[in-house]
Design a protein around this ligand. Structure first.
Ligand code: ZN
Ligand code: ZN
Length: 136
């Protein structure tokens, strides 16, 4: 949970720095392959009747290259702005679910291990990043 009290924001803004495991914001292995905890930094301020949460998220993501099918990982950083209208009945805001949804949306379905990945030879199946084609 990345939870804060709306009242705490009112006076001078608020900053949250947390490192949470993916379970901490309800992410499952099926949804996203993370190889590290998630580093979350949030700057929260109140603008008129709104709470704005500028959220920076980084984590080590695991992927399978869609060209050579090799497993690889890379640290990805994303920034999100969340905007909540102040509601006198809502005392706390939990950003965990918001972050969970944004991370799933931002996670690419197709990704290459490197931009010039040479892929796999359709003839002999060699990973052309690592070995030579054995076809004639
Ligand atoms: Zn590749
Ligand atoms: Zn080949």
């Amino acid at each position: 949970m990345i939870k804060f009290s709306v009242r705490d924001v009112a006076s001078k803004g608020l900053e949250i720095n947390q490192i949470v495991p993916k379970e901490g914001i309800g992410l499952s292995d099926e949804e996203i392959d993370l190889r590290s905890p998630i580093t979350i930094n949030v700057g929260i301020k109140r603008v008129d009747n709104h709470i704005i949460a500028h959220t920076k998220v980084s984590a080590d993501h695991g992927y399978m290259c869609s060209r050579c099918l090799e497993d690889f990982h890379e640290v990805r950083r994303n920034e999100y702005y969340f905007d909540f209208e102040v509601n006198p009945e809502v005392e706390y805001i939990d950003l965990g679910e918001e972050i969970r949804q944004e991370m799933i949306l931002a996670d690419p379905a197709r990704i290459l291990c490197k931009s010039d990945c040479k892929g796999i030879c359709p003839g002999c199946g060699a990973n052309l990043n690592k070995e030579k084609c054995k076809c004639k």
